[in-house]
Ligand binder design. Sequence first.
Ligand code: ADP
Ligand code: MG
Length: 219
Amino acid sequence: MNATPSPIAATSFASLPLSPETLANLTQLGYLQMTPIQAESLPPALLGKDLIAQAKTGSGKTAAFGLALLANLNPRRFAIQAMILCPTRELADQVTTEIRRLARAAENIKVVTLCGGVAMRGQIASLEHGAHIVVGTPGRIMDHLERGHLDLSALNTLVLDEADRMLDMGFFDDMATVIKQCPKERQTLLFSATYPEGIARISQQFMRTPLQITVQAQH
Ligand code: ADP
Ligand code: MG
């Protein structure tokens, strides 16, 4: 029987414009091949395109946006250059851990997690010490913005992770408020397991002709 033609997308991280240090770190992490969502989204994301990417849980979405935002980041610039909005504190903590693992190859990249249910004071101190990346929930990030603790003027990458869950949790208005405070000249990467109506609204209001990528669950 003839083999079904396979998709052309290359699956080796080495096919991407990543530094030798980053590639070595991925090998150390045991990331030998890109997952399907990484293979589809990393090439356009590394070119600076806006993306709406849909793939199931456990498919490696964090590295799909993490490697893109790290490639855009200047460690010598002490300013927030990337922000990742997540629905819950648990997910924000997981994303922070994964971004730190991916960032090991680079010099001293500081990631600060900003979620509710934690005292503001420690978060404010971390921000004052200087951060390159913030990861957090929309409500708490909005709080920091309103109080003037968070300067997003140097932001170049905005990630909306699990956007469908953030909408389910009633975060549309908070998300919109936060996104409006980001520089217009930026890359926006939206990740979601499903594509409800609210995602289309966000895309129309806040994204620049995003490329839509869907990776079907494999059976
Ligand atoms: P999602 O956000 O899609 O649910 P995650 O980003 O949390 O998925 O990744 C799920 C797991 O897969 C994590 O443990 C992560 O370290 C691992 N992983 C991600 N990309 C790869 C890869 N290319 N090769 C091997 N493991 C990977
Ligand atoms: Mg995830």
